[in-house]
Design a protein around this ligand. Structure first.
Ligand SMILES: NC(=O)c1ccc[n+]([C@@H]2O[C@H](COP(=O)([O-])OP(=O)(O)OC[C@H]3O[C@@H](n4cnc5c(N)ncnc54)[C@H](OP(=O)(O)O)[C@@H]3O)[C@@H](O)[C@H]2O)c1
Length: 344
């Protein structure tokens, strides 16, 4: 073995031991990834070379082309998820990927090498800010054919959250009226389109700068929350979906029809307030679901849902991307470009 190769192997073993990546993985091929070694500000996110993961029997190794950035990524970076028992430092965060299947475990039946896919990775595992990531069959679907990998990466977590809130929880129906607080953000921009595709009338709030986006998405009644209180202009909706801080909830109880529902993805509505008014309420915690992703693939291929990507950063600039998501004023989605679009 040449000196250079010995040095490289030693570096990988030392790195793996220091980082907590398994030592025997040091013999595996390497990949670039944004690694979290300590909790803190965006500056703790560092691009490094680490061992490439190897899929277990029930796992799929995906060559990542693009990954998206969600508010939960910043919570993970700050260590907020560890308080819920998820402390597994060091780790690679990122829960949304689009890419190409590189390799499948022995028990994987739905996917094969070369398939173009997208996935919502378990919060327990993450791994999206990397050139390769592990996904399970229950977290992934074939990528919609009519959009590129960058747009596809924007979909899984945010659109699944919108689906699980509006379709699985509130069970919205044709002809109903839905108010979406925060219609221009990652979840909100999908929620507006899913509600429209379901045949609902959609009212949505955003700042002045995003009124054009609300109209572009098909919102029937856009509201500029910087100039207008929603409770002054909205009465008797069937469903409220809250995608912004929970301080929109107190004024929301009074504008829902008896028998209607408030769903919130940012904090649970108050059951006593809902009971008093004869409305239902629920907090929603999204989770990966391949069936939902397949439904979303159908809506996207039918041009009923189009991901809105407002900013793209190279993988090496994940810290800048997280600074943007922490503003809480992102328009649509932010994506990390990991590799060039493959030639089809
Ligand atoms: N429970 C779950 O499973 C789950 C899943 C995903 C996300 N979440 C949470 O849901 C929230 C939204 O996620 P996201 O990915 O959509 O975030 P995001 O992409 O950062 O979107 C934030 C959006 O909220 C709008 N906004 C901010 N303040 C507002 C206000 N007072 N009224 C109306 N709109 C307002 C912003 O529009 P302007 O710039 O125009 O103000 C922006 O477009 C985050 O807190 C996230 O952690 C929860």
């Amino acid at each position: 073995m040449s000196n250079m190769r010995i040095l490289r192997a030693l570096t990988v073993i030392v790195f793996a031991a220091r980082a907590g990546f398994s030592a025997h993985a040091a013999t595996e091929p390497l990949m670039k990834a944004v690694v979290l070694r300590e909790y803190g500000g965006p500056e703790v996110l560092k691009l490094e070379e680490v061992p490439r993961p190897e899929p277990k029997d029930d796992e799929v190794l995906v060559r990542v082309i693009a990954a998206s950035v969600n508010p939960v990524d910043a919570y993970a970076r700050q260590g907020m998820l560890s308080k819920r028992g998820l402390d597994k430092r060091p780790e690679i965060i990122g829960y949304d990927i689009a890419g190409v299947v590189e390799k499948t475990g022995a028990r994987v039946t739905k996917f094969k090498a070369g398939d173009a896919v997208y996935a919502y990775l378990s919060i327990m595992r993450g791994g999206g800010y990397a050139q390769f990531a592990i996904a399970k069959e229950g977290e992934m679907s074939l990528k919609p054919k009519n959009i590129d990998f960058e747009k596809a990466a924007a979909v899984p977590l945010a659109a699944t959250t919108a689906w699980q809130a509006l379709i699985d929880t509130a069970k919205i129906d044709k002809g109903q009226t839905v108010l979406i607080h925060g219609g221009s953000g990652g979840v909100g921009s999908f929620a507006v389109q899913i509600a429209k595709a379901q045949g609902a009338k959609v009212i949505a709030t955003a700042s002045s700068a995003n009124q054009d986006l609300l109209k572009q998405l098909g919102v029937d009644q856009p509201i500029d929350y910087t100039t207008t209180k929603f409770q002054d202009v909205v009465k008797y909706v069937d469903v409220v979906l809250n995608c912004v801080r929970a301080d929109t909830l107190p004024a929301s109880y009074g504008i829902v029809k008896k028998g209607g529902m408030i769903v919130s993805i940012t904090g649970d509505p108050e059951p006593a307030e809902c009971d008093k008014r004869g409305i239902r309420c629920s907090g929603v915690m999204a989770h990966p679901d391949a069936n939902v992703l397949e439904e979303l693939t159908r809506l996207i291929e039918a041009n009923k849902v189009t991901p809105i990507v407002s900013q793209t950063f190279p993988l090496a600039e994940a810290a800048r991307a997280q600074q943007q998501i922490e503003t809480r004023h992102t328009r649509g989605k932010i994506v990390l470009r990991v590799a060039p679009e493959p030639k089809s």
